[in-house]
Design a protein around this ligand. Structure first.
Ligand SMILES: [Zn+2]
Length: 217
């Protein structure tokens, strides 16, 4: 999600640069096309009893449909403005491709019910249908995926933050305020640091409680 936001900002900056324009809508379209389908994660979270378990990938069945979101939406936007259509196409195509590496499949519904995934822990690339997907996740899914992704320090998390900060600075620089861009990027870095410190303290507390329980202090 953080990587998608950074990518969207960079996409908007790049499209503006290539076409020698300075349109804030291109930045907004870059960000929204790279992010918006993940709104279904929020919907699914509340519909599913606020659980983020190994079956959380099912949120993608709500809005993650490249046929509508990538192809049809880009075509419609292209009639309004071809640059907007192109930006939307690249941003949404990037999102679905990114999800193919992280999620348990994206499908070109309604043309096919098969899911495609490029995860290296998936036993197959083409998953036949929802039942096949569930059978695979029963065995290969990880209940702690969210904690491993954003609930502790890891280099992928650091890379995602770096892309976000770089995208923020690039977008502000394009609109003539590099200094403000640097400040906003520093705030992002501070927020990330606070998040990591918060996680660290929470973990320390948990360990302390466990220690007290184990030695009945
Ligand atoms: Zn997604």
């Amino acid at each position: 999600m953080i990587l998608d936001l950074g990518f969207g900002l960079l996409l908007g900056v790049l499209v503006n640069f290539v076409f020698q324009i300075k349109d804030w809508r291109v930045i907004a379209l870059g960000v929204s096309s790279s992010l918006i389908v993940d709104v279904d994660a929020i919907i699914y979270y509340f519909l599913n009893g606020r659980k983020v378990d190994k079956y959380f990938y099912r949120h993608r069945d709500i809005f993650h449909h490249p046929f509508f979101v990538c192809l049809l939406a880009s075509l419609i936007l292209a009639f309004i403005n071809p640059i907007y259509g192109l930006t939307w196409f690249i941003g949404s195509a990037y999102h679905f491709l990114h999800d193919c590496f992280e999620g348990w499949g994206i499908r070109f519904w309604p043309i096919t019910n098969c899911y495609i995934t490029f995860r290296n822990d998936s036993p197959k690339i083409i998953i036949a249908d929802k039942q096949d997907q569930t059978d695979i996740v029963d065995v290969y899914g990880d209940a702690n995926w969210a904690r491993k992704k954003y609930g502790e320090f890891n280099w992928m998390f650091a890379f995602e933050m770096a892309v976000l900060m770089f995208g923020t600075m690039a977008a502000f620089s394009q609109f003539g305020d590099a200094e403000l861009g640097f400040s906003v990027a520093m705030y992002e870095l501070v927020l990330w640091s606070f998040w990591l410190i918060y996680l660290h303290i929470t973990r320390l507390n948990k360990n302390l409680e466990k220690f007290k329980r184990d030695y009945s202090m």
